[in-house]
Design a protein around this ligand. Structure first.
Ligand code: ADP
Length: 256
């Protein structure tokens, strides 16, 4: 049995292949062409795994670019795939918080990873991964360095969470002599507050699985946990939750 899940996201394309013994993964930038990103990433992982496309039994596509995955047997919404993947990666969670490149999703799930309810913010980039990338660039650092930069710093209250205004506010704060660490600590707690407010609309009662690329930022996880008052768990393959969910749905499709 050989199945694949392909999640073409706004920032990163994720591919997961499941065969009889292995779960293989790849994360690569989406760039300007979702179609090309999906095709190239899929071909690369297949070749690394030693397979060709015609050996694959079933492919499920998901993500914002899922309509441009011509080799997928089926496309499935991000909500369904993220729920399924997060439940697999983090058993025991009844709420999934996924923060990606340009949207945030809060999904209430049952113990099998089925969607019970969800809320989503995809109207603006405020508080999402791309927002963090813009601010990191303004500070001359990489997104992967933000958590460490803010560790132990007192957060500054920021007035704006709109990407464009926040970027100029950050530049102004630097000019006033505020440190990068204080500014980033302020951003992390504002982002966590926004997400926590959204999550509370669905009710937060037990362990939360935090997924998506932004979950790789430990400072956001910590702040979210403080604001929600429940354990917030980041699974090892947090950014792959959607693609893993897609591959699991592909496997179910052929086992049915
Ligand atoms: P999408 O599915 O929309 O492409 P992802 O879930 O892949 O989004 O998340 C992409 C975001 O993850 C980036 O915009 C970035 O902010 C964040 N990110 C990626 N890698 C890291 C890292 N090593 N540390 C912290 N944040 C990261």
């Amino acid at each position: 049995m050989l199945v694949a899940g392909v999640d073409v996201g706004s920032v990163a394309t994720k591919v997961v292949i499941i065969d009889d013994n292995r779960l293989l993964t790849l994360i690569t930038p989406t760039g300007w062409s979702p179609r090309q990103a999906g095709q190239e990433a899929y071909a690369q992982l297949l070749s690394e795994a030693g397979y060709t496309g015609d050996q694959v039994d079933y492919v499920v596509g998901t993500g914002y670019g899922r309509i441009s995955i011509p080799f997928a047997n089926k496309t499935v919404t991000e909500i369904t795939c993220h729920a399924r993947g997060a439940s697999y990666l983090s058993p025991g969670s009844n709420l999934v918080i996924d923060v990606g490149g340009q949207d945030s999703k809060i999904i209430k799930i049952d113990s099998d990873g089925r969607v019970l309810d969800f809320v989503m913010n995809d109207k603006c980039a405020a508080g999402t991964g791309r927002f963090l990338q813009v601010i990191a660039a303004a500070l001359g650092v990489d997104v992967s360095e933000l958590a460490e930069l803010s560790a132990g710093q007192s957060p500054i209250t920021l007035n704006s969470m709109c990407t464009v205004f926040a970027e100029s506010e950050v530049i102004g704060l630097l000019a006033e002599g505020r440190t990068k660490g204080e500014i980033v600590a302020g951003l992390h707690s504002s982002i966590a507050r926004r997400i926590a407010n959204m999550a509370q609309r669905l009710g937060v009662t037990g362990q939360v699985a935090f997924t998506g690329g932004v979950a790789r930022n430990e400072a956001v996880r910590q702040s979210l946990q403080e604001q929600l008052g429940v354990p917030v768990v980041v699974p090892k393959d947090c950014q792959l939750a959607g693609a893993i969910g897609a591959a699991l749905i592909a496997r179910e499709a052929i086992l049915r």
